[in-house]
Design a protein around this ligand. Sequence first.
Ligand code: HEM
Length: 246
Amino acid sequence: MWLTNSSIGRKVVMSVSGLFLVLFLTFHMCMNLALVFSPEAYNVICGLLGAHWYTLALTAVLAAGFIVHIVYAFWLTIQNRRARGNDRYAVNVRPQGVEWSSQNMLVLGIIVILFLVLHMAQFWFKMQFNEVASSMAGLDGEYLYHDDPHNGASLVITEFKNLWVVVLYLVWLVALWFHLTHGFWSALHTIGFNNNIWFNRWKVIGNVFATVICLGFAFVLIALFLHTNIEGGILGWNAADWLLNK
Ligand code: HEM
């Protein structure tokens, strides 16, 4: 089949799956922004996204998107290296006009995925997976891995009151930013948005978009840290007090 047999077909699959993941990230960042302003509102959203049939179906689609993107990334890299043979070792200097991120997409992607595994263990495992596993184990109102899988706000606030967790996430976001800036532009280029006028415009749009997504996540982390660690909190509520009153 064209999408698996030809090099351009595989690039199209990489691009479409990448753009799908960008859509998810945009939604995920917007959802997390709600927590900065109201933990109650955030928990309502978490409730809607709990272990319902529609969210489990969406999680399966999302997981498939990640798997396809990762498998094709390795596939294309191996194919490119085979095509270049030993030549790839001949030049170590980056050609002029070629971005650093474009040459390091696989490494950046691997860093993003490693952090993602930690992130899933930190939140998704204790929430959605916990709900599903506990109900499959026949538990009613009790949970295997965390007492309160519906209280996403309390889980997230508890994690981000630690400075080192915030710093680790910021490192993750830097890797994600580099990956997205090149990925977004390259994906649009592959699927045909590549006429001369728009070549540079898409680059700028991709950079702005990646920056907005990563700054949005960073804002959530820093705001939650300040909510807990500044006396009286910010924006009229204090996360430490909110946890105590739960
Ligand atoms: C401020 C930063 C972030 C916060 C507070 C946050 C919070 C959360 C929470 C609470 C969950 C569990 C939701 C549930 O199971 O119902 C979750 C799931 C997830 N997060 Fe994040 N997240 C952040 C950043 C990111 C980033 C940067 C990525 C990707 C690079 C990401 C990817 C995911 C994925 C793939 C899931 C699983 C989604 C699903 O269950 O369908 N998150 N996140």
